[in-house]
Design a protein around this ligand. Structure first.
Ligand code: AMP
Length: 283
């Protein structure tokens, strides 16, 4: 695997590769890699002649300074995992490479996506996400961008940003990879104590509970019971929401746009999110 630290170097390298008709897949990450990230690398490798991963803990998407400060950094083992997975290139920039002095910040018109769910609890977060992803896509000229469904709203935001900015990149969304007990893999799981880690399975179990009751109980009953279950395990619930697949509020009688359940809950300043598609949209 070739490691690049300079934006100009990797940009020139990849632009030449595109001219040689290579197809390039790109997996942006913040490091502390796990099997969820590696599944994206495999997905890219299966469809492209070159796979690029980036590791950059983006300060502009953290609204909570403590979360940024405590974000796990495990660069040596990240490199080993990427080598093992057969990733071709790693972009490992400094903050100055991503945000040079001449960098101009813009405002993305994300509409309702910016004010609901994660947007409501993490003001400015999705502007920061768009800022870094657009910058990374300027540097890493690629055909396909790979994101995980684990960050459902982020996928929708990036889809919208690609449309807004008329970018010629295809977006592939990959399923959430889970631990054996169902907990969605996340870099933040490393910060959980043994007891918190055991209790964290309540998030997945609650999503499964919601799925089992979605056509039986009222939405109000389901959400109330779901919140109780999560709170009983010592988590503070930010939200348990049911929405259609575009994250619009649900029409009570009509499920043609599908249903997704989304949960965000915090324990000891560690915030975990997860989601599950309960009913697929009708094409
Ligand atoms: P992060 O390093 O948390 O910014 O994540 C980088 C990419 O990996 C994002 O597209 C995430 O949605 C994706 N990702 C994170 N966790 C998982 C998971 N458990 N399964 C699949 N994709 C994931």
């Amino acid at each position: 695997m070739i490691i690049f630290k300079k934006a100009t170097d990797i940009h020139i390298f990849l632009t030449n590769k595109l001219k040689e008709n290579d197809s390039i897949g790109f997996v942006p990450t913040m490091g502390a890699l796990h099997e969820g990230h590696i599944s994206l690398i495999y997905k890219s490798k299966a469809a492209n002649s070159l796979t690029v991963c980036s590791i950059f803990v983006n300060p502009t998407q953290f609204n909570n300074p403590l979360d940024f400060e405590k974000y796990p950094i495990t660069i040596e083992s990240d490199i080993a995992m990427l080598e093992e997975a057969g990733c071709d290139l790693l972009f490992l920039p400094s903050t100055d490479e991503i945000y040079p002095k001449e960098f101009v910040k813009i405002n993305y018109e994300l509409g309702y996506l910016e004010t609901i769910l994660e947007g409501k609890y993490r003001p400015g977060h999705f502007q920061g996400v768009c800022m870094v992803v657009e910058r990374l896509l300027q540097i890493i000229t690629c055909n396909t961008l790979y994101l995980g469904q684990k960050d459902y709203q982020q996928c929708m935001v990036i889809e919208k940003m690609i449309r807004l900015r008329n970018m010629a990149v295809h977006l592939e969304i990959a399923p959430t990879i889970r631990e054996i007990d169902g907990l969605a893999m996340s870099s933040r799981n490393r910060r959980l104590s043994n007891e918190e880690r055991q209790n964290a399975t309540v998030i997945y179990n609650t999503l499964m509970y919601i799925k089992s009751k979605i056509t039986i109980l009222s939405h109000e009953e389901i959400v109330t019971e779901a919140k109780n279950r999560i709170t009983e395990k010592g988590f503070e619930v930010d939200y348990v929401e049911l929405a259609d697949c575009q994250l619009n509020p649900l029409e009570k009688t009509d499920h043609k746009n599908g249903i997704v359940a989304l949960i965000a809950a915090t324990i000891n300043n560690i915030r975990l999110i997860d989601n599950m598609t309960l009913i697929n949209p009708v094409d």
